[in-house]
Ligand binder design. Structure first.
Ligand SMILES: C[S@@+](CC[C@H](N)C(=O)[O-])C[C@H]1O[C@@H](n2cnc3c(N)ncnc32)[C@H](O)[C@@H]1O
Length: 230
């Protein structure tokens, strides 16, 4: 099944990216999603960022730019060229090895497989279209980028089974209607199921309405599901 994900990426114009840190990382994370950007998300990123790192869905590059002692062998991957150039500029050319414009629903180039000690997926899954099972194609591609000992880490805003407050419910309705988010049916259990089909070790903690995860010990055989590529 082919799923277009352009809508979840197209919104990130240069103007939106200028407002992103204030609106998403400061206001929405604190008051709607109740998951503190620096205390929870930046810290999780910092702990799990390894020597050779791939960031998928880069936004403004906030986390990597604020992990000054983190990797300086970084690949940025995003569907939107505006996000790629904003993040690259902010992080600094000296830390970036590669910039790749790519839809994570599509298989990665062979040159990127088995290369990375860590791969990050922050606030990307809730933007992707489809059920969690369909979104798992992004998890599959991320897992293929990792070395056998590598770690996938990230965070995603949940829709189902999460207690949203009034502000959160309002944003969820508007964003899901506009196609900015596609997460009304995303649950922590479904996220766990999909991560566990690609990794032997999965840890997920929920902060507010955000699932924060790490996954390691990737499975050597692709699961027998519709996402598996022949
Ligand atoms: C909400 S931002 C997240 C930015 C950053 N990771 C953060 O947590 O602040 C989502 C990013 O994912 C990118 N994106 C959306 N759909 C994508 C896709 N199918 N493939 C690759 N990148 C995508 C968008 O262009 C945007 O840069």
């Amino acid at each position: 099944m082919e799923i277009s994900n352009e809508k979840g990426a197209r919104i990130y114009t240069p103007l939106i990216l200028k407002l992103y840190d204030l609106w998403v990382l400061q206001i929405s994370n604190n008051y709607a999603w109740r998951c503190h950007t620096d205390n929870i998300l930046l810290r999780h990123f910092q702990i799990n960022m390894a020597a050779k790192h791939l960031d998928i869905g880069v936004g403004t590059g906030y986390y990597i730019a604020n992990i000054k002692d983190g990797s300086d062998n970084i690949t940025l991957l995003d569907l939107n060229p505006n996000s790629l150039s904003a993040a690259a500029k902010r992080i600094g050319a000296h830390r970036i090895s590669q910039v790749i414009q790519h839809d994570i629903f599509m298989p990665l180039p062979e040159s990127e497989k088995g290369q990375y000690d860590s791969v990050s997926l922050y606030y990307l899954l809730h933007c992707l279209r489809g059920t969690m099972h369909e979104k798992a194609r992004a998890i599959e591609h991320a897992s293929q980028a990792l070395t056998d000992r590598g770690t996938l880490h990230g965070a995603t805003i949940l829709g189902k089974g999460a207690e949203h407050n009034g502000f959160g419910r309002y944003l969820m309705t508007v964003y899901n209607k506009k196609g900015i988010f596609s997460n009304a049916a995303d649950s922590l259990e479904d996220l766990r199921t999909e991560l566990e089909s690609y990794f032997d070790k999965v840890e997920i903690r929920q902060y507010g309405v955000v699932a924060v995860f790490t996954a390691s010990l990737k499975k050597q055989t692709a699961p027998n599901n519709q996402n598996a590529e022949k």
